[in-house]
Design a protein around this ligand. Structure first.
Ligand code: TXA
Ligand code: MG
Length: 315
């Protein structure tokens, strides 16, 4: 039988070199991270950046996150401040993205930053992407590897489902442990959380003062406004389905095992629920259910990030 997944590879030494070369030439690859899988391109290459927007069908006004190995070279692109260093020390490498002022002399194309005067930077912890970032001499622009407004992929086969053979290399790094995207924090002015994630507001507040998120005249993060995280079928919150063709995504031990019930965490663990969220929604869609109903999920810690994604999916 023909292997349909012939563009999915595990990372050998040879493949590491080939992936680095592909990126150097301005072509795209998909890489695993601890949060979700990314669609990676050379942040210095206009060709790569244009391809990212085109492949994802992403509006050009929605900027990309730039990924680095460590602090070396970051200050060529971003103005680092004291609050950044505090959070970096505690959480990096890991699932947090910082919005900082962009340096005028940065080689990162304004295509990646949607002509804003800020840049989003992140230091992923997954060992595969780290081994790659370590050997290349440019940072990676990398949104989640899905079509704009859909669900982020959490394994190599999800990426394949999104783009089939349109990417020549998808590196298989197993299931993304965290399963939802990084926390995004704006440090370019008064610190604000722009996107919730597994690193929660309460953890961050222990280190720096955070201002409440407020609607501003100037849009801070274009990508947070639009419809997002949609599984492609209607999502209905805090309601039970009446019909077996509708799935029920539940949380906690009190639910029965029915054929249309999908439990995000029988133990009632919110971290586990976050890691199962996109995986479960993709599974439900694949099984042919017409709608997803969702039980109430506690709004604390990782629950805040889960409810944020679900609210947007239900829009
Ligand atoms: O976990 C993650 O962050 C994943 C992995 C692959 O690293 N990446 C990811 O990228 O979620 P993406 O493109 O799907 O989401 C990036 C978000 C968008 O909502 C975008 O609007 C925001 O970050 N963003 C990027 N640059 C920004 C900037 N300069 N100012 C404000 N928001 C920015
Ligand atoms: Mg995304």
């Amino acid at each position: 039988m023909k292997n349909i997944y012939s563009n999915i590879y595990s990372l050998s030494k040879k493949m590491l070199k080939k992936t680095a070369k592909t990126l150097e030439e301005g072509n795209l690859v998909s890489l695993p991270t601890e949060t979700v899988y990314g669609l990676a391109g050379n942040a210095y290459s206009k060709k790569a950046l244009n391809s990212i927007y085109k492949l994802k069908k992403r509006p050009k006004k929605n900027p990309l996150i730039i990924h680095y190995y460590n602090l070396k070279n970051v200050d060529k692109d971003a103005v680092l401040n004291e609050k950044f260093y505090k959070l970096y020390k505690k959480f990096c490498p890991g699932p947090i993205t910082f919005i900082l002022k962009k340096k005028d002399k940065s080689k990162i194309s304004s295509l990646a930053t949607a002509k804003l005067n800020t840049v989003a930077i992140r230091f992923p912890s997954h060992k595969i992407i780290r081994s790659l970032l370590k050997i290349i001499n440019f940072p990676l622009a990398m949104p989640s590897a899905n079509h704009s407004s859909g669900l982020s992929p959490v394994n190599a086969f999800d990426v394949y489902d999104e783009f089939k053979k349109k990417i020549s290399i998808i590196i298989n790094g197993g299931q993304s442990k965290i399963g939802i995207e990084s926390t995004v924090i704006d440090l370019s002015e008064h610190p604000r959380i722009l996107r919730s994630g597994i690193i929660s507001l309460s953890e961050i507040k222990k280190l720096i003062k955070i201002f409440p998120y407020k609607k501003q005249k100037k849009i801070k993060s274009p990508g947070m406004l639009t419809k997002h995280y949609s599984p492609g079928i209607p999502v209905i919150l805090n309601k039970k389905p009446k019909n077996l063709s509708h799935a029920y995504m539940v949380f906690g031990g009190k639910f029965e095992n029915k054929s249309n019930y999908f439990n995000l965490s029988k133990k009632g663990n919110l971290k586990e629920a976050a890691s199962n969220l996109y995986k479960t929604m993709r599974k439900i869609k694949k099984k042919g259910f017409k709608k997803i109903f969702v039980s109430k999920i506690p709004n604390l810690g990782p629950g805040i990030a889960i409810n944020d994604r679900l609210k947007r999916a239900a829009k």
